[in-house]
Ligand binder design. Structure first.
Ligand code: PRX
Length: 659
């Protein structure tokens, strides 16, 4: 395994479900859970058919549940027609949910605005009508590069309403990354903002779009629609650029939702793999929405009066499933937050939970770990200083949560009253796959526990054979599920190779190593490929290496991950320059230069924490870089392995001592 998150705390206690959360839960009690798992195993098609009919509004009923004829290109509900936006908004219009608050938006500087479901529906319709008036229609691709805002949700929902396939690019990605994605999806539309506010600072977005489009190959883009967030001067390309408010102005507040085939692509979201450029994970309307809605109901046991807050940005899958789609389809009131957890102070999250009376809180282990440190050093901002009694359920996503962080979260945020839901899933799985359920699962800190009903998760060896309990292996899904990835946009071959390698009997390969304990609980051990997880964000080592070697000073680079107390993993780069080895201040200066270069090429999240210069890299005689050894060096540990097969063993000492 390439990563192992080490922990000093061994927490063997098991935390049974709280009785008050069992009663009335969407899935209530272990027997109920087992019965659902059995139902799904006995007749999967009937199970998914029942759920799809009960939970989605269909314009045209489907007659076939799962089409396996072109496996692994599975089709779900493939002759049915529906619309995702109608299932998130229109469905509530003639119900009491219409006047309920859909989104409470809190800006970076603390200003709060909110919209009801009825108002959100009207705004989505007006913007969709505006897009239609500009000539956009189903099947075109739109890049969305927006800050967290009601407008971001409006933009995504308006695209869904018309069948425009959106590809959201996280606002922290550089213009270069934005360019790559715009070209790859062949976008005809870009929706952005003048700037975004984070931690009191204004960060330009429209300027990055201008740069990206100027890089060439984006000739299909007809318009750049700009949400005015900050104000002030902007370069403007007349004829191409339009204000979002002008696009919506004067448009009717109803807009028929397009009846789309359930398999129509809803979105493409880029994520890192072990080789090459990030891959465009393609999701389908019907299956994705069904799985988002079901997991919102099951995992969070969402109730009418809940105030739901998922802190993820819409630039990541978590912000798709649990901000833009799942909570709306479930008719919940949710918080959308523009800012960062440390501004104006490190008590921001706790203060917001208190003020908005949040009952379901869902965040990443990195945030928990950094807020733990902050709270311990500045007791004034410790969660115990806030009234967090509104919380019922607290969740974690994106990376392994180590038992210390789990216990801190459980005690100090959840007040020992709320289950910590360690949800395991991926961009590719669409929604939760392995997770505790509040009304069912005894919790073990550090384990994502058991698969959801309908999910056949297993641990297998290289030949696809089940491994014994307690042994590590590859995490796979033995059966398809509705929310699964459909293909990699424009690269079906890579889809097959990455996720359905022939030796694994047609199982879906997640790319994580894991093991099961004697109770059948899953413990994730980290990625089995060259993908790093930095603060819950996936990063391919190859991507960072390519960025580095694109710099004129760099001849060769190798990137590995090093375990980190706060961010889970940190990027460490070993670099060979095409000049003499720098020393002292000069080495520091070049390292700083390379760090900002990577930020420009990919985005600040990819910046190496540590850059080490060497005259060479450790290679086998056949020229293969020995990353395993580099990982040991990166950790600052002594090399105990046999290095006699190396071409140049002395290089290891040089790199260990390098700055
Ligand atoms: O390695 C696993 C880790 O994050 C990867 C998926 O990353 P991404 O597609 O960006 O989606 C993140 C949000 C769902 C997985 O392959 N991961 C995700 N959740 C967990 C996790 N590792 C351990 N425990 C988790 N709960």
């Amino acid at each position: 395994m390439s990563t192992e998150i080490e922990s000093v705390l061994i927490e063997n206690r098991v935390f049974p479900p709280f009785p008050n959360l069992v009663e009335g839960a969407a899935i209530s009690g272990m027997d109920n859970y087992q019965a659902m798992c059995d139902e799904a195993r006995r007749n999967p098609d009937a199970f998914w058919e029942r759920l799809a009919r009960e939970n989605l509004v269909w314009d045209k009923a489907f007659t076939q549940v799962l089409d396996t004829s072109e496996a692994p290109f599975y089709r779900w509900f493939g002759d049915g027609e529906m619309n995702v936006s109608a299932n998130c908004l229109d469905k509530h219009l003639n119900t009491p949910v219409a006047d309920k608050t859909a989104i409470i938006f809190e800006s970076d500087d603390g200003k709060v605005t909110s919209v009801t479901y009825k108002e959100l529906h009207a705004r989505v319709c007006q913007f969709a009508n505006g897009l239609k008036a500009l000539g956009y229609s189903a099947g075109e691709r739109a890049i969305i590069y927006l800050p967290m805002s009601i407008e971001a949700v409006v933009a995504m929902q308006a695209c869904a309403r018309l069948g425009i396939i959106h590809s959201v690019v996280f606002g922290g990605f550089s213009s270069k990354s934005l360019h790559e994605r715009t070209v790859d999806v062949g976008a005809s539309l870009v929706i952005t903002a003048d700037a975004q506010m984070r931690g009191g600072k204004s960060i330009p977005l429209k300027a990055a779009v201008d740069d990206a489009l100027a890089m060439g190959g984006c000739g299909a883009v007809r318009n750049v629609i700009v949400y005015q967030r900050v104000g002030g001067q902007l370069d403007w390309n007349n004829g191409r650029d339009l204000w979002m408010h002008d696009v919506s102005a004067g448009q009717p507040d109803t807009c028929p939702a397009a009846s789309l085939n359930a398999e129509h692509p809803l979105f493409i979201l880029y994520t890192s793999g072990s080789t090459g450029k990030p891959k465009g994970v393609q999701h389908a309307c019907g299956g994705f929405l069904l799985w988002s809605l079901l997991t919102t109901k099951w995992t969070f046991d969402a109730k009418d009066d809940d105030v739901f807050w998922c802190t993820a940005d819409v630039g990541w899958v978590t912000g798709h499933t649990y901000v833009a789609y799942g909570p709306l389809a479930a008719g919940l009131t949710q918080i959308v937050f523009e800012g960062v957890p440390t501004y104006p102070d490190v008590g921001r999250f706790w203060e917001m939970i208190q003020r908005h009376k949040v009952s379901i809180f869902y965040t990443a282990p990195t945030a928990i770990r950094s807020l733990t440190k902050a709270a311990e050093s500045t007791p004034k901002y410790h969660p115990r200083e806030y009234d967090l009694s509104s919380l019922r359920i607290i969740g974690s996503v994106g990376e392994p949560i180590n038992p210390e962080a789990w216990m801190w979260y459980y005690k100090n945020v959840g007040g020992e009253r709320c289950p910590v839901l360690d949800t395991w899933w991926q961009t590719e799985t669409g929604a939760h796959m392995i997770t505790p359920l509040p009304g069912v699962t005894p919790l073990k800190p550090g384990s994502c526990t058991l698969p959801l009903p309908g999910i056949e998760a297993a641990i297998v060896d290289e030949a696809g054979e089940d491994v014994e309990r307690g042994k590590g292996g590859f995490l796979v899904m033995k059966r398809p599920w509705p929310g699964m990835i459909r293909t990699i946009w424009g690269d079906p071959e890579r889809f097959k190779q990455s996720y359905f390698p022939p030796e694994l009997k047609g199982y879906y390969l997640a790319g994580d190593g894991a093991q099961r304990d004697s109770d059948g609980y899953f413990w994730i051990m980290g990625r089995i490929d060259d993908v790093l997880n930095v603060s819950g964000h996936r990063l391919g080592t190859m991507e960072v290496e390519s960025a580095l070697v694109a710099h004129e000073l760099v001849a060769e680079a190798a990137v590995v991950g090093r375990p980190d107390d706060t961010t889970g993993e940190a990027v460490v780069a070993f670099v060979v320059l095409n000049r003499t080895l720098p020393e002292g201040d000069e080495a520091d200066q070049i390292a700083a230069q390379l760090r900002s270069w990577v930020a420009k090429e990919i985005g600040p999240i990819a910046k190496p924490r540590d850059i080490r210069f060497g005259e060479n890299l450790p290679k086998t005689r056949s020229g293969k870089i020995m990353r395993r050894l580099l990982r040991v060096v990166a950790k600052g540990e002594r090399i105990t392995q046999d290095v006699s097969t190396l071409e140049n063993p002395a290089i290891l000492d040089q790199l260990s001592q390098a700055r």
